[in-house]
Every structure is written in C-alpha cells, then in structure tokens.
Write a protein that binds this ligand. Structure first.
Ligand SMILES: Nc1ncnc2c1ncn2[C@@H]1O[C@H](COP(=O)(O)OP(=O)(O)OP(=O)(O)O)[C@@H](O)[C@H]1O
Length: 242
C-alpha cells in the first residue's frame, strides 16, 4: 500500500439486475490530486463513484482507505463525514440557501456563530451571498449547483467526489465553475471527478482513468495521456475529449 494512495480498490464486482456492470481488479485514488474518471455512457463511472464514496456498499471485493480495509458491515458514518459529493442534479433540501449550506455543519454540532461566519464566507466565494435567504427551490439551475458546491465544501472534506457537475449547466455557469473550482479546492483535498468536459480535464486533471464497459481501459498520469489516441471508435461523449 503506497502512502500516496488514499483509496484503493481490489477485485471489485458490481452486479445489477444480473448484469456485471463493474469489474475492476485494481484502481487507486491519489491523495491531494485531481483524479478524473472518464468513459462513454453506461461505462460505469457513476457506479464506481458511488462505491468509492461509500454511498453504495453492495458490491463484491475490497476497498481500502489509507491502507485500512473498509468494513462494509458498519455504517462508516465517521469516514463518510470526511467525504462530500457534488451531483449532476443537485439535491437541495426544503428551506433557504443558508439552511442548505449550513446543514452539514449543524449535523456536526458546530457553534452557530461559526456556522454563520463560514456560510457567509463560502457563499461570498461562490457569489451567492445575496441568495442566502432565498428558498432553495426557487433558484436557477446554476444557482442550485453553486449552493450544492458550497454545501459540499463547507466541511472541508478530505475527499470531494464530483459527478458531472456541469453537464446540465448553461455556458456562463460552466465558465464560472471552470474558472473558480480549482481555487475552491484546498491543497489538502483529494478530488475524484467524473467529467466529459475536455477543458476541465486539461486544466485540472492529475490522474485520468478511462472506463469501458465496466472495466478499466487505462489509468495513468495526465502528463502521458495522449488525447489524440482516443478519437475514432470511442463512443460519444469520450470522442468529445479529443
Ligand atoms: N440499478 C441498476 N439496475 C440495472 N442496471 C443498472 C443499475 N444501475 C446502473 N445500471 C447499469 O450499469 C451501467 C453503468 O451505469 P453508470 O450509471 O455507472 O454509467 P455511467 O458511465 O455513469 O453512464 P453515464 O455517462 O450515462 O452517466 C449502465 O449500463 C446502467 O444501465
């Protein structure tokens, strides 16, 4: 087990409706890096993300966190609280933007004064400070995603999982995300990101993993990744990468 690997996967198989949708012998998430997972539709990206983030614990095989085997009989709440997830379709709770961003801190019994200060600071960085009192359900798509990003980052997660966060956003919101996201992530954070956006990959990725039909086609540092090798024959949207 190498110290630069924060999560390791061994011999994972995921079966859904009698279909093998993930079959991965070895895979690692590298600490303090941007780990990108790419692949065509249905290649298993979200399924892998759900397993890595402990949302899905119904699989065969083993997962290690900092060299320790994760025991699936436990709820793993302590570990899950070190992780945050940003979804393609942001799920917001009924209540104000402030309530949504503050919730993870409330659940961790953080002092109310600290919560107010942190939420305001985070909202300001995402340029949604003026929306804090607004009901989350009245927000635009881009504002909803900013709120969910703020909620994910407010706890300073050790690992941030991002599943196609910009797929449903307009051009302006995508530009905002691409220009601000790297600054919002601290150096101590590890990011696992499913993305189809070539700009995001080129600008952010340290490590890239290509999934094909539930298996790892390749996993390597971005420096050696030859985008031009992934043209013809690769299904859309991976073809958009080249
Ligand atoms: N609960 C389920 N029951 C049956 N099949 C499933 C289930 N969940 C996922 N699958 C199948 O597993 C495969 C992988 O799905 P997954 O959502 O992980 O792919 P993906 O790479 O994230 O795709 P996309 O880019 O379209 O979001 C797909 O063929 C999907 O239909």
């Amino acid at each position: 087990m190498q110290a630069d690997k924060i999560i390791e996967v061994r011999n994972i198989k995921k079966i859904c409706s009698e279909k093998l949708i993930l079959d991965i012998n070895q895979f690692a998430v590298f600490k303090n890096k941007f780990n990108f997972i790419i692949g065509g539709n249905g290649s298993g990206k979200t399924s892998l993300l759900n397993i890595l983030s402990l949302i899905d614990q119904d699989y065969q095989g083993e997962l290690y966190y900092r060299g320790q085997k994760i025991n699936r009989d436990e709820q793993n709440l302590k570990l899950r609280r070190k992780f945050s997830v940003i979804w393609q379709d942001p799920y917001l709770y009924r209540g104000s933007v402030f309530y949504n961003i503050a919730l993870p801190l409330k659940l961790r019994d953080i002092n109310q004064n600290i919560i107010v200060r942190k939420v305001k600071a985070m909202a300001s960085r995402l340029e949604i400070e003026n929306l804090l009192e607004q009901s989350a359900h009245t927000l635009s798509g881009g504002e909803k995603q900013k709120t969910s990003i703020a909620r994910a980052l407010i706890t300073d997660p050790e690992i941030l999982f991002v599943d196609e966060a910009t797929t449903n956003l307009d051009e302006e919101s995508i530009r905002f995300f691409n220009s601000h996201f790297a600054d919002l992530v601290t150096e101590e954070m590890t990011v696992v990101m499913v993305s189809h956006d070539r700009r995001q990959i080129k600008e952010l990725a340290d490590q890239i993993t290509l999934l094909k039909a539930g298996e790892i086609e390749l996993t390597q540092k971005i420096d050696n990744f030859k985008f031009e090798n992934f043209g013809a024959g690769i299904a859309v949207p991976v073809a958009e990468l080249v």
